[in-house]
Design a protein around this ligand. Sequence first.
Ligand SMILES: [Zn+2]
Ligand SMILES: [Zn+2]
Length: 389
Amino acid sequence: MPVINRVADLQPEIMAWRHDIHQHPELMYDVDRTAAFVAERLREFGCDEVVTGLGRTGVVGVIRGRKPAAGDLKVVGLRADMDALPIEEATDLPYASKVPGKMHACGHDGHTAMLLGAARYLAETRNFAGDVVVIFQPAEEGGAGAAAMIKDGLMDRFGIEQVYGMHNGPGIPVGAFAISPGPIMASTDSVDIRIEGVGGHAARPHMCIDSVLVGAQLITALQSIVSRTVDPLESAVVSICEFHAGNARNVIPQIAELKGTVRTLTPEVRDLVEKRVHEVAAGVAQSTGAKITVEYERGYPVVVNHAEQTEVAQRIARDIAGDTNVVSMPPLMGAEDFAYMLEARPGAFIFIGNGDSAGLHHPAYNFNDDAIVYGTSYWIKLVETQLAA
Ligand SMILES: [Zn+2]
Ligand SMILES: [Zn+2]
């Protein structure tokens, strides 16, 4: 069965919500306007409960089905993210961002609108047994908003037993979905390194410990972790992306600073790379005489799709899009804080085609309104299948 007819009728309204949110992008936890917009819609739809302020600015709506839960599964959570990015929008859309330096460049406006559309339909029809909990989180882009909502009791308070997420994917055709079981997005850790050498005259290097040369050696040595420590059949990324040192061509600087990111797909490889970063830095410090301090901070965990719920998601997506339009995908080394939700409850994260658009986080990116009917239909079908009345 293709998209739900009623959803096709609702499409213009869902699109209008999306454009409104797109014009008013907000960052991190400061999504007050968007959260108020979402809460107002959920109340209008007649949700049985609307809770705001969870995880600071997160919003939750509860919709009870026509009947009490028939099977073992009673409560399903569906999650969207509301935050935008600190990017200057470079589109000529009539509904382009009205806020200088901020834009919805990751399509969270589309995610929020599609889940609102599903909430509206589900509150209207209630053709399911049990509760559906629609979750709108802040601060996906680096603020761990999902973790903040969980810490505020999201899963226990509403009795959520399974949780599902969705992200748009540029390059995937509109009307298609991509998903695989197991690790699907990487953990992301940050590394800050400070090298203290001995500064001095560029013509008297023998009297100095050159922090620039030590930094260069360290960057090279760190690259051997992926090439020579991690199993070639596993995945890891070590990228040192900032190198700050010096401000004169004839002065050997005392201090150099490096910053980078580490991405992995399993807890074992994550532990291994972290350990090796410290060991390699200690080794370079010893061989050069520089003092090296490493601050290694763990960020989002790996997004791991649970096998059973991934099968469910695949089945629903095939129902909506047709068998050939649901593909499996290799893991991405990008990160997503939905990882925290999948650590808390079984569930699955699916990608929905955004067509031939600019990439995520690009100033010319835009969510594709033609994807709305597919995404919204997916949410509805998921609920009506998992909580069959
Ligand atoms: Zn993003
Ligand atoms: Zn995103």
